[in-house]
Design a binder for this molecule. Sequence first.
Ligand SMILES: NC(=O)c1ccc[n+]([C@@H]2O[C@H](COP(=O)([O-])OP(=O)(O)OC[C@H]3O[C@@H](n4cnc5c(N)ncnc54)[C@H](O)[C@@H]3O)[C@@H](O)[C@H]2O)c1
Length: 249
Amino acid sequence: MVRMQRLKNKVCIVTGAAAGIGRQTATAFAEAGALVIAVDRDGEGLVSLAASVNELKPVVLDITNAADVGDFFAGIDTVDTLFNCAGMVSVGSLETCSEEDWERSVSLNMTSIFHMSRAAIGPMLKAGAGSIINMASVISSIGGANDRFAYGATKAAVIGMTKSIAKDYASRGIRCNAICPSAVETPSMTARIEAMDDPDTARSMFAERQPVGRMATPNEIADLAVYLASDESRFMTGSAIVIDGGAKL
Ligand SMILES: NC(=O)c1ccc[n+]([C@@H]2O[C@H](COP(=O)([O-])OP(=O)(O)OC[C@H]3O[C@@H](n4cnc5c(N)ncnc54)[C@H](O)[C@@H]3O)[C@@H](O)[C@H]2O)c1
């Protein structure tokens, strides 16, 4: 799809950019004319991304490390868009979720958004403009069934952060929205399916959760991110946009 120059000269930071939705969105942002800063802790993945995309600066960074996040932003004057995409799924119910998985989920799915967004807000306030996009999930508002307790809890918090940021900064030109996908066919999703007892049945089950009969492609989520990063969405803030092939119908 031709994305034209919808993000011409915008500086867009994408976390989790080495794989899956973040990788596809970093590519889409660059295709739309943005100067992309691609952040991930996976250096090899970033090298292969940078080899295929022009106008992209790879930055190896663990976004759960608050000091490193501070150092990274110390060198940045302009942020038009921050896409907080990186996240993780952990398995377990209220009873079986380990303390470690809980802490890791909170740290990556929630606290990294706090630190990244707080660091990005300075340059955005100076410019009087900016778009923060947070990656939530369709289960943010309906809860995580099938042993997704920590994931459901932390992704629900993403919507709370999104709406609070939107309210506090709307009058100063900064927008904040969340993307809430159902199943998306990314490498990590495929790995989760392959690790199940019966991958073929599991794949069909994931596809059938959406009335459209399939999972989303990363590109379909990237299209929404391009819209939220662009000025076309200038009247949209505080929204949690469900993109789920009808799963919530
Ligand atoms: N795939 C789905 O079905 C689906 C559905 C709804 C929401 N989401 C959300 O979308 C986002 C992306 O999902 P995906 O399937 O593309 O994920 P993925 O696992 O394929 O990619 C995640 C990326 O984040 C990076 N990352 C992990 N921890 C990091 C850290 N501490 N610092 C920097 N980078 C780190 C990984 O290296 C990886 O490149 C996640 O927040 C996920 O919860 C995914």
